[in-house]
Design a protein around this ligand. Structure first.
Ligand SMILES: Nc1ncnc2c1ncn2[C@@H]1O[C@H](COP(=O)(O)OP(=O)(O)OP(=O)(O)O)[C@@H](O)[C@H]1O
Ligand SMILES: [Mg+2]
Length: 499
């Protein structure tokens, strides 16, 4: 291969898992100094391609050229030495170590028999300065906001002299503000000639950050385009393989009477303070705010997952006590948590078992004869179809699913519980555009059936597209409510930012 403008060239790559063609004759080229977005539905093969590039997984067949040289049997360490770094969506830092300790983990600078702490801290400061970010080298990683953890991961890659950086959904845990920090860092890296493979399901980001775009579908290569020669609509139809006429399906219904009222809710450590709001029957109530504004905390306290220090909850005008999640579930309130890796899916269980898990507790599938397998399978089947969960069978272990399909299983599991009030915390995070639409349709169906929904989302277009009203939080407090014609992205940001 003579083209030395290319950092990576992949030819005719196949990767098979039992029953799954994760990559089916895929070609891919990465130029020096470009940001190359990799797009496709959940399970399209994006992460798998990156893992092969980073030596984390072997390919079944195909040719892989790195800086013009053919590579075979690449290991993660060999890939790292050759200048490839992978930033996984789940952070790989050691939470209880300090920032600088993480940066130099495994390649500590020593002075004789001792660690040269001073030198390592100096080097850490130097690298952060280069990117104009302020992070205390001696802070423990677990105390940093997610955005900063992400930046530390990137700093680590830079320190390893990465020439190729794979970022698998780097912005999933970030809010708009934090995304901007990340993007300016990406820009500086580009200027230094680093090339970046960028995976994200947030369409609006792609046009901001990418030079070129490759679309994959069902493990197959579809096309590669210059970002400035395509548009959102074309991209979406390339990704899902059909036209999506609208991104947010219309709802006919109008919200009815008040069903839930929360008054003066506060929690420990003043994470949230004096929060009051109401929810109406058949309403989608959106919660906006920056990451850390306290939206998740409000919902956890309401649901009984965190202790309240003050506040009352009224259901149909009657005061109810919620001290633990079981109380909330009894009152037909359910919460789909944001942290779906931790609280959502059980990786060692199958799709079927996961989906029926919460419902089983409600004993609807259990009789005195034990679990009703047929009902359980029907339930799993229903949601696999509704959310288009991609897997060879419902017996597939959740750990073998793509990131987005795991998310869908977590959502199905909570939707399967028959609740009147559903709290959805970032329901479409990590989910592809096609499946997002399916989730919106499902939400509208629930509303039509008389249920009410509270939705937290960091994706502003989705909040605006789906909510009847939007409440805005800032630093643990409610700071405003907007609805109808008042609603705009600028208005929300203005209210959500510290003023
Ligand atoms: N270890 C594994 N065992 C079995 N199947 C696997 C394994 N890893 C991935 N797969 C399958 O390979 C296919 C591609 O998965 P991959 O993780 O690359 O998708 P993706 O494009 O990254 O999706 P997402 O957007 O959901 O993260 C999926 O059908 C997935 O279920
Ligand atoms: Mg993935």
């Amino acid at each position: 291969m003579e083209n030395n403008d290319l950092n990576i060239k992949m030819v005719d790559i196949c990767k098979y898992f039992p029953g799954v063609k994760a990559l089916d004759h895929v070609d891919f080229e990465l130029k020096k100094g470009e940001v190359h977005a990799l797009l496709g539905e959940n399970g399209a093969g994006k992460s798998t391609l990156c893992k092969i590039i980073a030596g984390a997984q072997p390919m079944t067949s195909g040719e892989y050229y790195l800086f013009g040289e053919k590579v075979t049997g690449l290991t993660p360490n060999a890939a790292k030495e050759k200048g490839i770094s992978m930033i996984y969506q789940e952070f790989n830092l050691v939470p209880y170590l300090k920032v600088y300790e993480n940066l130099f983990l495994g390649k500590e600078i020593t002075a004789g028999p001792n660690l040269n702490k001073k030198e390592m801290i100096a080097k850490t400061i130097e690298i952060f300065e280069r990117f104009q970010i302020k992070i205390d080298p001696e802070a423990r990683v677990c105390d940093l906001p997610n955005a900063y953890k992400q930046l530390v991961e990137i700093a680590k890659a830079v320190l390893e002299n990465a020439q190729v950086l794979c970022m698998d959904e780097p912005t999933a845990p970030l809010s708009n503000r934090e995304v901007e920090i990340l993007f300016s860092l990406i820009q500086s890296l580009k200027n230094e000639g680093v090339s970046i493979i960028y995976i994200s399901h947030r369409m609006e980001e792609i046009f901001e950050v990418a030079d070129r775009i490759t679309v994959m579908r069902d493990g197959k290569y579809i096309c590669t385009m210059d970002a400035d020669k395509t548009n959102r609509k074309e991209l979406i139809s390339l990704i899902v393989g059909r036209d999506l006429t609208e991104e947010y399906p219309k709802r006919e219904s109008v919200p009815g009477e008040e069903i839930l009222r929360v008054e003066h809710l506060s929690t420990d450590l003043t994470k949230i303070h004096d929060v009051s709001f109401s929810l109406h029957k058949g309403e989608i109530l959106g919660f906006a705010g920056l990451v850390g504004a306290g939206r998740t905390e409000v919902m956890r306290a309401l649901f009984g997952a965190d202790r309240k220090t003050a506040g009352e909850i009224y259901l149909y005008g009657k005061r109810i006590e919620i001290h633990k999640p079981e109380n909330a579930i009894e009152q037909r309130i359910s919460l789909i948590p944001e942290d779906r890796k931790g609280q959502g899916v059980s990786l060692t269980l199958s799709i079927r078992e996961n989906i029926s898990l919460v419902k089983l507790k409600g004993k609807e599938i259990c009789s005195f004869m034990g679990i009703n397998r047929k009902k359980e399978r029907n339930l799993a089947d229903e949601y696999i179809k509704a959310l288009n969960i991609k897997a060879p069978s419902m017996e597939q272990l959740a750990s073998n699913l793509s990131g987005g399909n795991q998310q869908k299983v977590a959502i199905a599991k909570w939707l399967a519980v028959d609740a009147d009030i559903l709290i959805l915390d970032e329901p479409t995070r990590g989910i592809d555009v096609g499946a997002k639409y399916e989730i919106y349709l499902l939400m509208n169906e629930l509303i039509k059936a008389g249920k009410s929904i509270i939705m937290i989302s960091s994706e502003m277009p989705e909040l605006i597209g789906m909510s009847d009203r939007i409440l805005v939080m800032q630093q643990g407090r409610l700071v405003g409510e907007i609805s109808g014609d008042e609603v705009s992205q600028e208005k929300i940001l203005e209210m959500a930012s510290c003023g």
